[in-house]
Design a protein around this ligand. Structure first.
Ligand code: ADP
Ligand code: ADP
Length: 232
């Protein structure tokens, strides 16, 4: 899981200093999916970028699994390896690589992590099968429907079995049925791989599915119990 304690982020210095995150506290257990909801400019991207080790928090502590990864400074030797192996990203636009087939789009991450090609492709096929798109393994991304592309993107986010998945508006362009299917898959995958999942969203179709929600406004978070509507 992930634990965030007293996290703050200041952009700029002196007269132009701006506190985009103020004492953010958040925890997500292994296997849990939480929503992160807030208006534009509230600090959602900043929080995701801190969690994803894309920018440096100013203060606070972040724990991933049983490892303190940030405590006023990074406690990780290799931030690139952290981003690649410990954190899975799922975006609104799937950003698949157009000149690689579906299997290699997913296998690329383990390959980059040093896994041999045969094993990487085996791992990729396993994830594609779990998400029920294995029959599209040799298709090119441009040949896939939007829903299939999103499944492949989720497979890619999960293939290195990261303890944390950050999903940024993963359902925005999808209709209600497909949006709920994506959330069901994220929930299934979270349980199956003991992954902690944070879904940034303002999609009214999926908000009732969360059991816990963090609201963010002006860089401050408030936790709330969600409806936790059954996903069927
Ligand atoms: P959201 O993702 O919720 O729209 P952001 O995290 O992008 O919010 O932004 C939060 C606040 O921080 C906004 O007021 C934004 O203008 C400001 N901000 C974001 N990035 C920077 C930056 N690199 N430099 C200065 N201010 C920034
Ligand atoms: P989003 O809400 O999707 O994050 P934004 O327009 O807020 O989109 O931000 C787009 C990019 O510009 C982000 O990388 C953000 O960090 C950066 N940014 C946002 N506000 C500022 C700002 N005031 N100064 C510098 N960079 C900013």
């Amino acid at each position: 899981g992930i634990i965030i304690e007293g996290l703050s982020k200041q952009y700029g210095y002196g007269d132009t200093a701006f506190l985009a995150l103020k004492n953010v506290n958040m925890h997500v257990a292994p296997g849990e999916v939480v929503g992160l909801i807030g208006p534009s400019g509230s600090g959602k991207s900043t929080l995701l970028k801190c969690l994803g080790a894309v920018i440096d928090p100013t203060a606070g502590r972040m724990t991933l699994g049983d490892e303190v990864i940030f405590d006023g400074a990074w406690h990780v030797k290799d931030l690139r390896a952290l981003r690649r192996d410990k954190i899975g990203f799922v975006f609104q636009a799937p950003y698949l690589i157009p000149f690689l087939d579906v299997l290699d789009n997913v296998a690329l991450l383990p390959m980059l992590a040093g896994v041999d090609n045969t094993t990487a492709r085996k791992q990729a096929l396993e994830l594609l099968t779990a998400l029920d798109v294995q029959h599209r393994a040799s298709a090119m991304p441009s040949q896939l429907s939007g829903g299939e592309q999103q499944r492949v993107a989720i497979a890619r986010g999960l293939v290195n079995r990261p303890p944390v998945i950050l999903a940024d508006e993963p359902t925005a362009p999808l209709d209600s049925v497909r949006a709920l299917a994506v959330i069901r898959m994220l929930n299934d995958m979270a349980k199956r791989f003991e992954t902690a999942v944070i879904v940034v969203t303002h999609d009214e179709k999926i908000i009732p599915t969360f059991k816990r929600i963090y609201h963010i406004r002006d860089g401050e978070t408030h936790e709330e119990v969600g409806e936790g509507r059954a996903l069927g």
